[in-house]
Design a protein. Sequence first.
Length: 277
Amino acid sequence: MAMDVRARELGDFLRARRAELDPESFGVPTAGRARRVPGLRRGEVAEAAAISVEYYTRIEQGRMSASAPVLADLARVLRLGDEDRAYLFELAGKPEIEPPRPRRQVVQAPLQRALDDLATTPAFVLGRRTDVIGWNRLGAALITDFGAIPEQDRTFIRLLFADPAMRSLYADWPGVVELAIAQLRRDSARYPDDPELTRIVSELSAQFPEFADIWTAHEVAGRGTGSKTLYHPVVGELTLDWEILASAMDPDQQIVLWTAAPGSESATRLRRLAAAL
């Protein structure tokens, strides 16, 4: 009898959680389409968890128990927090499978020394979630004083929206933002269980409608090379090329290097900025 009660409670819990999810965040178009139930349908949850609709339906109806790996997949799809995840496993009477926790990223000393040696090349290092985890003096002088920003707020995507100076720095701020969000969208697929990334997306979506609009468009991009025009408050307009290199110690650390064409006015102004440090 107790097992029947827990099975029913498990089904009610799954229904409640899937009802809270935004279908568009899973790539399910809803514009102009009537949906009889809020949130995700059973079939959409089953597809995302790579199980059959019949199997998921039986679990939700309390007619079949789920294995621990399936419960872990459902927790991922339903984007459960730690407490809800633990509750799900308790209802199912299964030992919880701990989700992999992304380790804290730090820039190793050899890499930081290499950055510091780049006296005329602005550089900084992005981690997961666009965390700015390392930089050199010229990189901070070019972009912003990263060291003055609390570590929990030192994410490049947040700075693009929250720091007025960053908005005025880039000539094509909307294009920079769209690319950064598309890159973050790709990161979210690689680390779907990262609670910190989920928190950043939720907070920025709530604070900045521009972020929410672009995020729900589901554009995806990698990191590579490009060119940007910046309006620097000290040395004026700069046209710089950027290149992304991956750290050999941690491929999730992306080293961003900025350079100017030799003999260009931007190269002269970049050297002037370096000499002022």
